[in-house]
Design a protein around this ligand. Structure first.
Ligand SMILES: Nc1ncnc2c1ncn2[C@@H]1O[C@H](COP(=O)(O)OP(=O)(O)O)[C@@H](O)[C@H]1O
Ligand SMILES: [Mg+2]
Length: 323
């Protein structure tokens, strides 16, 4: 039976919109529905500011939802008691883009990796020590790193430490928020391979946030394309790359360079970009869309089922289907 590990149901997050007058808010995440199955990688792509990290923080329960529901193994975090919430939180971890700022610079590597164990019931010091060594080994770092500080490590080594910490409590899901964007290309590949290996060994599910479409393609089972707080297209990876339907996805895919993989992969889409102050009526992409018509300026389309493994939110697609 199909049983998602994580299920987002019409999830929304609003932030107060400063400078627009009292009471106005800004939908950083808007009506997002998405499932992640055990052991699966779901890629989340979209331009900077479209709400990817906010969605990641919602999944981690680091932010409160404004609307909708998040279920982890069928359970709603909000309905659990404190102990259950802590247990659930340990099942979902995050690796940030920049290990420089996500690792405490005053802690040695041993303390950094040990901390989640200490805070989650690992009382026996010797067992913790053994576990930390085992975790470092899993991410390809030897014992000589235990006594070092983050600034004594390279970017790639620091990211390995962040990954060791993230897997320390045997989580089922890891949110990877641009985990290789700050690294050199050669190091990026090593870290991605490490993540893939750990995923196989530990049956981890990943929510893989990235603006690098080539990397997302390499790692993901399915890909969600986000625009202005909404998922505008969701498809199995091959389907998305071979048969993109949303005009925005098509522009994104055209921007994948063949020669220079370290370049940021998103090109500028032409047209007016929606802002806090000018959130458009209708489809949020219409001001930049080459095939928008009157309907698109009035009615925001819902994510619609096109075929098995492919959903898209575009008036043109739903019109096409009816005709
Ligand atoms: N804590 C916050 N308070 C107010 N606005 C926020 C906050 N966090 C994010 N935002 C806004 O929400 C939008 C989405 O941000 P973010 O999720 O970081 O996007 P992405 O990760 O895709 O670049 C941005 O416009 C950002 O300025
Ligand atoms: Mg972000």
């Amino acid at each position: 039976m199909f049983k998602p590990l994580l299920s987002l149901q019409r999830v929304g997050k609003e932030f107060p919109a400063r400078g627009t007058g009292k009471g106005l808010s800004y939908k950083a995440v808007n009506e997002v529905s998405l499932d992640i199955c055990p052991g699966e990688t779901v890629g989340l792509v979209g331009e900077s500011g479209c709400g990817k990290s906010t969605l990641g923080y919602l999944v981690l329960n680091l932010l409160d939802l404004t609307s909708g529901e998040i279920l982890f193994e069928g359970q709603n975090f909000a309905n659990l008691n404190k102990d259950q919430q802590r247990a659930l939180k340990s099942q979902i971890q995050i690796v940030f883009q920049d290990p420089q700022s996500s690792l405490n610079p005053r802690f040695k590597i041993e303390q950094i990796v040990e901390e989640p164990l200490r805070l989650n019931g690992w009382r026996d010091k010797q067992k913790r020590k053994e576990r930390v060594r085992q975790l470092l080994d899993k991410v390809g770092l030897g014992e000589e790193y235990l006594a070092r500080f983050p600034h004594e490590l390279s970017g790639g080594q620091r990211q390995r430490v962040a990954i060791a910490r993230a897997i320390s409590l045997n989580p089922k899901l890891i949110v990877l928020d641009e985990p290789t964007s700050a690294l050199d290309v050669s190091v990026q590949a090593q870290i991605l391979n490490l993540l893939k290996k750990l995923q196989r060994d530990l049956n981890l599910a990943f929510l893989f946030i990235s603006h690098n479409l080539a990397v997302v393609r390499h790692l993901s089972n399915k890909v969600a394309v986000m625009y202005f707080g909404r998922i505008i297209e969701l498809a199995d990876t091959n389907e998305l790359f071979n048969n993109p339907l949303h005009p925005y996805t098509k522009v994104l895919l055209q921007s994948i360079p063949n020669i220079n993989p370290e370049k940021p992969l998103l090109v500028e889409v032409e047209g007016e970009i929606p802002t806090l102050h000018k959130s458009p009526l209708g489809c949020s992409f219409h001001s930049r869309c080459s095939i928008a018509n009157d309907l698109c300026r009035e009615a925001g389309p819902e994510l619609q089922f096109i075929k098995e493994g492919h959903w898209v939110s575009c008036n043109a697609m739903s019109r096409g289907r009816k005709e």
